[in-house]
Ligand binder design. Structure first.
Ligand code: NAD
Length: 492
């Protein structure tokens, strides 16, 4: 079986404990590789390597233009290795190969974008109100960045942090999810091939409850960039606060997908399907609450069921599969328990609502795409993140009721509205409480714009032209070319 070590200081490093854990293929249920089980001692080693690389100043001082060149080469190599990287991710989390291969190529785009921005972000000269004094603002890297990432899109969600952090001249220690570590180790190896100095990008693998705290509280960590669930996110936030470390947190959601009566229903129904059944609903931005105008409710539900009946569910390695397995056994249990909760709360199961079994479902880690109607927004199925292919449907009478239900959640990651009326779309875009609002589309993301949450969905933003600022200090420099202070006891 293939074995993956930590990647520290430009090379594979065996865990100091000598222990490894298996990583499983969700479709077959079988282990396909083993991963180094990190300890706080391994964390120390990775952090020391990143700190030494930062202090050596090679990466931050080679000029931003040169950093951009190396990151572009890194992106070229990601494209060259995209099929192999995609295959690893598909084996690890069971995502469709059809989706993953595009997603890995998109990872390269993040590096091209921030490679380009590296030497195009400048400081400022300030028109300071002190005669004879020159003041400017410059931006400097923070130092060692700790990136902690989840299993649902391992390379992509790491790239959202890694690309701007590296472009800004930082060094990074990544801890990928214990379920999906292998692709990150391969990525770090490719980075060295591209010319990144050793120690600039390290990967330490292991369990959140065993090494997460050691990473977040590490004295050399200058910022924590975390993507994951609410429980982990809160723990990271508390630990970081106690150590006075800044964070960005990209957490969960319960995003409303609102279809108004004047929408293009064909397109809206496709948006609902990709929003909640794409990636088997295992995305932070899943459109898990469908809000339908009363007049179109039955029509939309009938169309959704028609599409789901024809969906090809099975082996994610096949290009024509449309719905794949659930990534982990514990996630499967969690989804099934929410289905039970919804039934006991009185929601009507209009489609699905059970585990799929049969030879086409491999080891059986599958849930039928599920639709609950007659959901009330105060039910748990409407308020808590399921992270699976389970849709909660509610109806509304008018725009104000739709907005009230849409915003009545403690999350605020994303929201969508479907309408052919420009004025109404802008009204909704203004009033939906979410970091991303889609009008007549769903699940669109891009390195060129920002992503992040309102309310309990997170703190800070990733992506877009300002993302490097999340990984930079702002320094104000005062220069007095010809000092001439008469009275040093009085503030000048
Ligand atoms: P998770 O919180 O269980 O794990 C995420 C990472 O945090 C893993 O690497 C894990 O080992 C680590 N971790 C866990 N506890 C920790 C602790 N106390 N200290 C430090 N690290 C710790 O999340 P998951 O199950 O891997 O991912 C699913 C969740 O991620 C969902 O809630 C989803 O909504 C969220 N998510 C958010 C976004 C976003 O951009 N907002 C994107 C994808 C996923």
């Amino acid at each position: 079986m293939k074995r993956y070590e930590h990647f520290i200081d430009g090379k594979a490093v065996a865990p100091q404990s000598g222990s490894y854990f298996p990583t499983n293929e969700p479709y077959s249920g079988e282990a396909w590789a083993e991963i180094a089980r990190g300890t706080p001692e391994d964390v120390d080693l990775a952090m020391a390597s990143a700190e030494t690389a930062f202090r050596a100043r090679e990466w931050r001082d080679i000029t931003a233009t040169k950093r951009g060149e190396i990151l572009r080469r890194f992106a070229d190599l990601i494209v060259e290795n995209a099929d192999a990287l995609g295959k690893i991710e598909q084996r690890d989390n069971g995502k469709l190969i059809a989706e993953v291969s595009g997603q890995v190529r998109n990872v390269a785009q993040w590096f091209y974008y921030y490679a380009g921005l590296a030497d195009k972000t400048s400081g400022q000269v300030i028109p300071i109100n002190k005669p004879g004094t020159f003041n400017y603002i410059k931006y400097e890297p923070l130092g060692v960045i700790v990136a902690i990432t989840p299993w649902n899109s391992p390379l992509a969600l790491t790239a959202w942090k890694l690309a701007p952090a590296l472009a800004a001249g930082n060094t990074v220690v990544v801890k990928p999810s214990e379920f999906t570590s292998a692709s990150l180790i391969e990525l770090a190896r490719i980075a060295i091939e591209a010319g990144l100095p050793k120690g600039v990008f390290n990967v330490v693998t292991g369990f959140g409850h065993e090494i997460g705290d050691a990473l977040v509280r590490h004295p050399l960590a200058r910022k924590i960039a975390f993507t994951g669930g609410e429980v982990g996110g809160r723990a990271v936030n508390v630990a970081a606060a106690e150590e006075l470390k800044p964070v960005t947190l990209e957490l969960g959601g319960k995003s409303p997908n609102v279809i108004l009566a004047d929408a293009d229903i064909d397109q809206a129904v496709k948006g609902v399907v990709s929003g909640i059944f794409g990636a088997s609903g295992q995305t932070c931005m899943a459109g898990s609450r469908l809000l339908l105008h009363r007049s179109i409710h039955d029509d939309v539900i009938a169309r959704l069921i028609e599409i789901l009946k024809g969906a090809k569910i099975g082996d994610p390695a096949l290009m024509d599969t449309q719905i794949g397995p659930i990534a982990t056994p514990s996630q499967l249990e969690k989804i099934l328990s929410y289905i039970d909760i919804a039934k006991s709360e009185g929601a009507t199961c209009a489609y699905g609502g059970y585990r799929l079994e049969g030879p086409e479902y491999g080891a059986g880690q599958f849930v039928a795409p599920t639709i609950f109607t007659d959901v009330r927004n105060d039910m748990r199925i409407a308020q808590e993140e399921v992270f699976g292919p389970v849709l909660s449907v509610m109806s509304f009478e008018d725009d104000e009721e739709a907005l009230r239900i849409a915003n009545d959640t403690r999350f605020g990651l994303a929201a969508a509205v479907w309408t052919q009326n420009l004025e109404r779309s802008m009204y909704f875009a203004d009033r939906l409480e979410a970091g991303t609002v889609w009008v007549n589309n769903y699940r669109s993301t891009s390195f060129t714009t920002t992503f992040g949450g309102y309310k309990d969905s997170g703190i800070g933003r990733e992506g877009g032209p300002d993302a490097m600022r999340e990984f930079q200090h702002e320094k104000s420099v005062w220069i007095t070319p010809r000092p001439g202070r008469d009275n040093p006891f009085v503030l000048g």
